[in-house]
Design a protein around this ligand. Structure first.
Ligand SMILES: [Zn+2]
Length: 321
């Protein structure tokens, strides 16, 4: 099998992967159908399992999360068998079913599932939220919490360990308290869109997109702009001779390219499909600067995601040479 993979062309591998995925979906739909039937029959009880969940984890080797997800989807598809067909044909994924299942009724399920076909995760989350609206935004809440931090004393050095982590070292443990502030508030759609955009733009710096890092970076930028005690003297740009060629892409070109490419990766496949990634964006010289490509021509500059930028570089400098 490994040898066959290594000898296959890209087209053959894509073809096999797509066929494999169709098979996987069919298997999943059938698995859910069987789980649903066994659940309805309470068939695990005579076999000395207290629940289908325990049977799935102990007998089938599912992890807890998979067991929970599959049993929940199996129950939903028992109530609404159309779910099995949607999963089998890939029109909706298991996570989508889990998001919507609690809102499905005999009256609304056909319309909701039809709207969910092909929807993105964000659209599915919005659909689920719209199906159980809350009366008003919950009030903001702030409280100070103390986090216990374990410090193991190791030859005079302090070794920090995660709260609650088990230490294998029989070392004296010092417990220290660290204070953090918990803020609970909701964002309107405008602020949420800004947060999403900041996450995309900072994905190279904070790949996990954790809220604390994004908020701290945003506060740093804000304070740099408005706090007179933080304003740094900006170094003057060195004047350049007119027409001088530099690798650095001037601001007016960056602006034009951003407008044209729409802050999305501009890489286009042979079949004409555009990547469109919004994170990890970089500016790329189409004709490389080292081969005479200009930095001051918007036609020679494009926005690429980091993966396509690396790929374009390999194509220009490794594959062809
Ligand atoms: Zn891309």
């Amino acid at each position: 099998m490994l040898r066959r993979c290594a000898e296959s062309t890209d087209d053959e591998l894509f073809h096999r992967l797509e066929a494999q995925t169709i098979g996987e979906r069919a298997h999943l739909a059938e698995t859910l159908m069987i789980l649903g039937e066994l659940h309805a029959r309470r068939a695990v009880l005579p076999r000395a399992f207290p629940s289908l969940f325990v049977y799935c984890t102990q007998m089938l080797g599912y992890c807890e999360r998979t067991a929970y997800r599959r049993i929940a989807a199996a129950k939903a598809s028992r109530d609404f068998p159309i779910i099995l067909e949607l999963l089998r044909t890939g029109k909706i994924h298991l996570t989508g079913i889990l998001l919507l299942r609690e809102h499905l009724t005999p009256e609304n399920h056909a319309a909701i599932l039809a709207r969910a076909e092909g929807a993105s995760m964000d659209q599915l989350k919005r659909m689920a939220a719209a199906l159980s609206p809350v009366p008003a935004s919950p009030p903001e809440r702030t409280r100070v919490i103390a986090v216990v931090e374990k410090k193991a004393i190791f030859g005079g050095l302090e070794v920090l360990s995660e709260p609650g982590a088990q230490s294998e070292m029989p070392l004296p443990i010092d417990l220290a308290l660290k204070f953090r502030t918990e803020h609970i508030f909701t964002l309107g759609e405008g602020a949420e869109a800004k947060l999403t955009r900041a996450r995309e733009l900072l994905a190279h710096k904070f790949p996990m997109g954790d809220l604390e890092s994004i908020v701290e970076a945003a506060l740093d930028s804000l304070l740099d702009a408005v706090d007179p005690t933080r304003r740094k003297a900006r170094p003057d740009c060195a004047p350049r001779a007119p027409g001088e060629q530099t690798r650095r892409i001037p601001e007016w070109v960056l602006r034009k390219v951003r407008e044209r490419d729409g802050n999305r990766c501009a890489s286009v496949s042979r079949e004409g499909a555009r990547c469109g990634e919004r994170r990890f964006l970089q500016f790329d010289h189409i004709v490389p600067w080292s081969r005479g490509g200009r930095s001051d021509d918007p036609g020679n500059v494009r926005q690429l995601c980091a993966a396509h930028n690396r790929w374009a570089w390999r194509h220009a400098f490794v594959t062809r040479s």
